[in-house]
Write a protein that binds this ligand. Structure first.
Ligand code: PRX
Length: 659
């Protein structure tokens, strides 16, 4: 892993930010959590988490030990306890007389809608649990989920959790190649997919990617369950493929949930790291659910009786796991689920949805906020957004301009903004203001949550004083932490626990301001953040060099006003390759390579720019100097190149670019 030094300069402006917004006295008085919660958690961290676990979840067997950290970094939380995620998200609400409460307002991209109560959702999950069991899926088996944002995605996840099967959701924007490698790594027995979804009013297929992923023998998949969403004709493999609605119709609506061990695996979610191969992040049950439930209530100040919550994240990302499926449903929330893109059929679609369902808590990503800002304030102004009382941000640093726009234009200048920092690995929010307590600062996630020991340290692992920058670490285990990398415990240790003795290294740079508040500065490793999507430079480089035309490739994330970063690739072509020639050949080469990356990983990973270069800047030990390429990609003079094996390389690249 390479660690560039943390460059704080670009953020100096940010740190001169002096605006602060205190919660209104009314908001503070009615907030779910008050200032005293920090002292309570500090006084006895483990007692605090034990209390959260016992009050927020219904355990079928109480735990005997809060944390077993005898074999770090392998943690066990709520040892000996047994709990069922689906029971906590569904049955117990129905048993408590809340069966008629709306769990999900589904809004399809074409405008079809569905209102699903807790009683409905419980029945659907019970049927799905029975259907999965009938297909031979047992506790511990893995189920790959490749679905659009439709209720069946939530049903599938909870049905897996109910029977103790481990779901592995793969974002629908990933290619068949990416899907195949995830199915293989997890050795999935069942795949749940849909014929397709809708994108900008048109049917968009999904199942063909599953068929392609399973085309070759040697995989572990026995069945593919297909939701008929867009009703397009799809190829059908008799015996393997089954129709979702037929399977549900023939399954019993009765199913008794039993408790699973607190450390029973709940799900695997693959995420990009610093090497070519995505890591299967493993989350388990008791600790994960506890932190999801606590954070969802405390950070969003959820009032389940009156709030309408909407998290715009796709189920394919961790935000969709923790803050669409688990956190909100465990807390008995009413939420909106939307299938489509924000600009279909018009750029006011989101605000139309907010108005229609009276959304009171909105949770989205800075890239979306910046895009809407670009579209213009007159669009949201056409809708009644007065229901909004809390705004959340996640996935990348939010710049103060976007933060202010979000507050003024969407939040009418009064809804508190909670900028939430966390990761696939952390499972749930780690750093965020508490909306009834914290005076918020535009652009800062600010404060570690109660019971969470986050710090910023220098190269040697010593805490930096206020006003200084360094690396973001977590000093103590936390309930929703990843337990391992699926099938690769060594990689778990190496990636997260070896950089700093006894601390979890997040891969992010951060600064403490004079008040000790934390400002996130972006990744310090080879991970990019494009529109809030996490991509690995190495993974895209591997995809590029897998094409016969490419000899070598280097990928960097170049700063971009809207998407945060954009993928820029530098490639050296093979001398002996049979390349297109004649007019338009250059464009054809670049288009072919972009599509190749799309095929290997998915459209989100396609480089914005591909530059064909004669050489790449390398150190004498052969390491590619991505920093210099980043300078070029961002239009800066790369400056001192004397550490390069061939100091003239950058001039050659620059000359080439001028051509
Ligand atoms: O760099 C940080 C950035 O997103 C990374 C985690 O990405 P992922 O695992 O895909 O999870 C995203 C959703 C939780 C982090 O290492 N990141 C996430 N939230 C923030 C952030 N950067 C700055 N501010 C945030 N609020």
């Amino acid at each position: 892993m390479s660690h560039e030094t943390v460059k704080g300069d670009a953020f100096e402006n940010l740190l001169r930010e002096e605006r602060q917004f205190a919660p209104s006295p009314e908001f503070a008085a009615a907030a779910n959590v008050k200032e005293g919660i920090y002292a309570e958690a500090n006084a006895d961290r483990l007692a605090f988490w034990a209390e959260q676990a016992r009050t927020r979840l219904t355990w079928s067997k109480d735990f005997t030990e809060t944390l077993d950290w005898s074999d770090p970094p392998f943690a066990k939380w709520f040892v000996g306890g047994e709990v069922n995620a689906a029971y906590n998200a569904l049955d117990r609400h129905v048993e408590n007389g809340l069966g008629d409460r709306v769990a999900i307002y589904f809004e399809g991209e074409p405008g079809d809608t569905e209102t699903i109560t807790y009683a409905d959702l419980t029945e659907r999950v019970k049927r799905a649990a029975n259907a999965f069991e009938a297909l031979g899926v047992a506790k511990g088996d893995r189920v790959a989920v490749y679905l659009p944002m439709i209720p069946e995605a939530v049903v599938t996840m909870l049905a897996c959790a109910r029977i103790g099967a481990v779901h592995s959701v793969v974002f629908g924007g990933f290619s068949s190649e990416a899907l195949r490698s995830r199915i293989d790594d997890a050795e999935a027995k069942l795949v749940v997919t849909a014929d397709g979804t809708f994108r900008r009013g048109k049917p968009s297929p999904l199942k063909p990617a599953v068929d392609e992923a399973l085309a070759e023998d040697g995989h572990t998949v026995q069945h593919v369950l297909v939701v008929r969403r867009n009703k397009q004709d799809v190829a059908w493999t008799e015996g393997r493929d089954l129709d979702w609605s037929e399977a549900m119709a023939s399954a019993s609506p009765e199913h008794t949930a039993v408790g699973h061990d607190s450390e029973h695996p709940l799900y695997i979610l693959y995420t990009s790291g610093t090497t070519g191969k995505p890591k299967g992040i493993l989350h388990t049950t008791g600790g994960y659910l506890t932190q999801c439930a606590f954070t969802h209530s405390a950070v969003f100040d959820l009032k389940p009786e009156t709030d309408v919550y909407w998290c715009t994240a796709d189920i394919g990302w961790v935000t969709g796991h923790s803050y669409v499926t688990y956190g909100p449903l465990i807390n008995g929330a009413t939420q909106v689920m939307y299938e489509g893109t924000p600009d279909s059929p018009h750029q006011g679609r989101w605000w139309e949805i907010v108005e229609k369902y009276k959304v009171s808590i909105l949770y989205t990503a800075p890239t979306a906020i910046r895009t809407m800002m670009k579209w213009g304030s007159d669009i949201p102004a056409k809708y009644d957004l007065s229901s909004i009382r809390i705004l959340g941000s996640v996935g990348e640093p939010i710049n103060p301009e976007a933060w202010m726009w979000y507050r003024e234009v969407i939040g009418a200048g009064k809804a508190p903004i909670v900028d939430t920092w966390w990761q696939t690995e952390t499972g749930a929010i780690m750093i965020a203001p508490l909306p009834g307590v914290t005076s918020t600062k535009p652009g800062s996630a600010q404060v570690p949550l109660p019971g969470i020991a986050v710090d910023v340290v220098d190269e040697a692992g010593a805490a930096v004083p206020n006003g200084h920058g360094g690396f973001l670490v977590v000093r103590e285990p936390w309930p929703s932490m990843l337990r391992t990398v699926w099938g690769d415990p060594q990689r778990f240790k190496d990636t997260y626990w070896s950089r700093f003795e006894g601390m979890y290294f997040a891969g992010d740079g951060a600064k403490k301001d004079d008040d000790g508040d934390i400002w996130l500065l972006g990744r310090v490793d080879d991970v990019m953040n494009v529109s809030g999507h996490r991509l690995s430079t190495t993974e895209i480089e591997s995809a590029l060099v897998s094409h016969p035309w490419v000899a070598e490739a280097a990928v960097v994330g170049a700063a971009d006003e809207t998407t945060g970063q954009a993928v820029v690739a530098f490639v050296i072509l093979r001398g002996e390759a049979e390349l297109p020639s004649g007019e338009g050949a250059d464009a054809e080469i670049i288009q072919t390579l972009r599509n190749h990356v799309g095929h290997e990983i998915g459209p989100i990973a396609k480089p914005r720019h591909i530059l064909v270069v004669p050489e790449l800047p390398k150190t004498r030990s052969g390491k590619i100097m991505r920093r210099l390429l980043k300078d070029v990609a961002e239009g800066r003079d790369p400056g001192d190149a004397t550490t390069l094996a061939d100091p003239t390389v950058m001039q050659k690249i620059a000359a080439d670019l001028r051509k």
